[in-house]
Design a protein around this ligand. Structure first.
Ligand code: GLU
Length: 281
């Protein structure tokens, strides 16, 4: 059980999945959602919080921008889409944040950035500097250069690693599911909504199997893995629906929405050990 209430959170990482940023029917950008997301984050920023956004969507946006019918099967095709889409995403973020008088910065990360001591330290220092300058960093995996062996692959894990790196006290994952269920709610009528998770045990891990999304790459499994990293590093984590971006402010004002995974700083958790163990050669 954490002592700090949601209202007292200072450094917050918000992750939005692709499914929360594009129209389900067409795959094109949902501009209202972008607008509301940026507005909500700016409001947090204006209230004195430090905010980091981890945004997916580069590949999906690139696919549309290039006029392709679907995500290419081969790696180089996906990487080309990411190169186009990431630039497009940042253009939009800079524009909308700019309209609210806030500067957004782009940080692209690969697993190497995190495994390698010097680049990890540089990344941490850059985050600190940007936050000090009142800038909102917008993070994604550097999909254009990541390889199969060395990619995070999903931004759930990436956002938890960013939260651990910067010592955030809250991570919010917004996706197309409103939280953790005892079973896949799309398949089972008996699925129970879980409001609070104090410990990630075998039962919770089992609940994570199955639920996933059509356009993103993370499922509930990667969200629970993210919760393990975030809560071990001392951050609370909330999984909530990205249908209405106003939910970010509701979470911060203490409303009980989504599933809360409670922080429990684990002194044996070291980011670098976690990364080395998860690194598949
Ligand atoms: N980095 C990927 C992108 O921007 C998204 C990964 C994910 O869906 O979690 O397209």
């Amino acid at each position: 059980m954490t002592n700090v209430t949601m209202k007292d959170k200072k450094r917050i990482v918000v992750k939005v999945g692709t499914s929360s940023l594009v129209h389900e029917e067409t795959g094109l950008m949902d501009l209202n959602k972008f607008e509301k997301l940026v507005r909500s984050l700016t409001d947090l920023h204006n209230s004195g919080k430090e905010v980091i956004l981890v945004s997916s969507g580069a590949i999906a946006v690139g696919v549309k921008r290039l006029g392709l019918k679907e995500k290419p099967a081969e790696k180089s095709g996906k990487q080309a889409c990411a190169a186009v889409g990431q630039a497009n995403l940042m253009m939009l973020y800079q524009k909308i944040f700019g309209e609210y008088g806030v500067t957004a910065a782009q940080i692209l990360i690969t697993k190497y950035t995190m495994i390698e001591d010097v680049s990890r330290r540089n990344a941490r220092a850059t985050f600190a500097e940007l936050l000090k300058m009142g800038v909102i960093p917008v993070v994604n995996e550097n999909d254009t250069v990541s390889t199969d062996e060395i990619e995070f692959g999903d931004n759930d894990t990436l956002s938890a690693i960013v939260a651990a790196l910067v010592g955030a006290d809250l991570l919010i994952l917004l996706s197309d599911i409103d939280g953790l269920y005892s079973d896949d709610p799309r398949k089972s009528k008996d699925a129970r909504f879980i409001e609070r998770v104090e410990r990630i045990d075998e039962k919770i891990l089992a609940m994570g199997k199955g639920a996933g999304s059509a356009v993103g790459t993370g499922g509930m499994c990667t969200k629970i893995e993210a919760a393990r990293i975030a809560t071990d590093s001392g951050a609370d984590m909330v999984i909530a629906s990205g249908d209405d971006m106003g939910i970010i402010n509701r979470i911060l004002s203490g409303e009980k929405v989504g599933t809360l995974f409670e922080a429990h700083k684990n002194d044996d958790f070291h980011l670098i050990n976690y990364l080395s163990n998860s690194h598949k050669e």
